[in-house]
Write a protein that binds this ligand. Structure first.
Ligand code: PLP
Length: 402
């Protein structure tokens, strides 16, 4: 069987919109195109009903109430709204925030901006490469950095480069004891693993439709409604949509697609996690068998056994010694993979996540990230292994001649 190239193994960057989601969205471009804020006619009512339904679908997927879901333009906006919104709301109570070195730039950069406004940020390290809990934070260390003036903790659920899953339930226990608000960037986790905001004890949670087979440019921030109610200062002012937390005309077709995408992902979660982790394991084993001198980054993978509580089912990150990751990618036109986060591709710095694991820079530069997803097949995985093995061999032969 021939595979269609380039084979897409970059599902952490984005995913194809599921054709079923496209179907649901289509009428909202040309027929039900009303503004959800138009309360004087049927076009507006229809749009509002559709948004309400999507809000319900999204809320249900994470164990929240519909009114706790604020639609945004994506997880970057959600993270900014959470971090800056809490800092502005609670700036008089305290000015200390805690996060982790391996967070996405959409969290680290707003935190960095706050430091320029007089806030103090503590970034926790993660357990190094080779440690049994590589990539996770140390809970004792975490408890020790919380202070009386700490107003926010922000820790992602699943990492976008090495797939590591942080112990959010334990983190939230510590936050509760110390009366600190907990924000979680769950962008890579929703629809890929079970997520329940009540079970995890999270106050604010960010996510995005395009990571779960929905459209780009739409996301959400969960904002806890009670016990305790979480408040924040909005990023911008205007029509006071989304209960004043996010002004701006709602992206109705996007929101409808988001709702449908989340619902499909949750309905199919268990079989999809199994299928995707089997494909990922096949890729991992195939690479190990075909390519010498390569190693796994992030939590261990034990093919055949369930490791989905420590690592995202579709994630693989590996170092191919003696090759440049960028050259390797460039030499494989038939394979779409990445060397790190696509969302920071404006910044060619080597991965801060792999550096946080203590990998030497040469290894960081020789690493690739693979993201297996819903539409991948066994044939594509086998093609990827063969393509990669050929490319690594060629590049190593060239560098040994240099
Ligand atoms: C963990 C994480 N957070 C935030 C983002 C940003 O999401 P968006 O593209 O929706 O702004 C991404 C995208 O890669 C991500 O992986």
């Amino acid at each position: 069987m021939t595979v269609k190239t380039p084979v897409y193994l970059d599902n952490h960057s984005t995913t194809a919109v599921d054709p079923r989601v496209v179907e649901v969205m289509l009428p909202f471009f040309t027929q039900q195109f009303g503004n959800a804020g138009s309360s004087s006619h049927a076009y507006g009512w229809e749009a509002k009903d559709a948004v309400d339904r999507a809000r319900q679908q999204v809320a249900q997927a994470i164990g929240a109430k519909a009114r706790e879901v604020i639609f945004t333009s994506g997880a970057t906006e959600s993270n900014n709204l959470a971090v800056r919104g809490i800092a502005d709301w609670l700036g008089k109570k305290g000015r200390h925030l805690v996060s982790v070195v391996s967070e996405h730039r959409a969290t680290l950069d707003p935190l960095d901006r706050l430091t320029r406004r007089g806030y103090e940020v503590t970034l926790l390290p993660v357990h190094p490469h080779g440690h049994a809990s590589t990539g996770q934070i140390c809970l004792n260390q975490f408890a020790d950095v919380i202070r009386d003036d700490t107003i926010l903790v922000s820790v992602m659920l699943a990492n976008n480069e090495i797939g590591v899953i942080q112990p959010l339930a334990q983190i939230s226990e510590i936050c509760r004891e110390r009366d600190v608000i907990l924000h979680c960037d769950a962008t890579q986790a929703i629809g890929k693993m079970p997520v329940d905001v009540t079970e995890l004890g999270i106050d604010l949670m960010s996510f995005s439709a395009h990571k779960l087979y929905g459209p780009k440019g739409v996301g959400a921030l969960y904002v806890r409604g009670r016990s305790p109610q979480t408040r924040l200062v909005p990023l911008f002012d205007g029509g006071a949509q989304e209960r004043g937390m996010r002004s701006g005309t709602l992206n109705v077709h996007g929101i409808v697609g988001f709702g449908a995408a989340v619902e499909f992902a949750i309905q199919e979660l268990n079989p999809e996690m199994n299928r995707v982790s089997q494909l990922r394991d096949r890729l991992f084993q195939g690479i190990q068998a075909a390519i010498a001198d390569c190693s796994l980054n992030g939590p261990s993978i034990k093919p055949g056994s369930d490791t989905t509580d420590t690592r995202l089912a579709g994630n693989l990150n590996m170092t191919f010694r003696l090759v440049e990751g960028e050259s390797l990618m460039m030499s494989m036109g038939d394979l779409a993979v990445s060397s790190g986060s696509a969302c920071t591709s404006a910044n060619p710095e080597p991965s801060h996540v792999l550096r946080a694991l203590g990998l030497p820079d040469d290894d960081v530069r020789a690493s690739l990230r693979f993201g297996v997803g819903r539409f991948n097949t066994e044939e594509e995985i086998d093609f990827a292994i063969e393509t990669l093995a050929g490319a690594v061999k060629r590049l190593r032969a060239l560098s040994s001649m240099a």
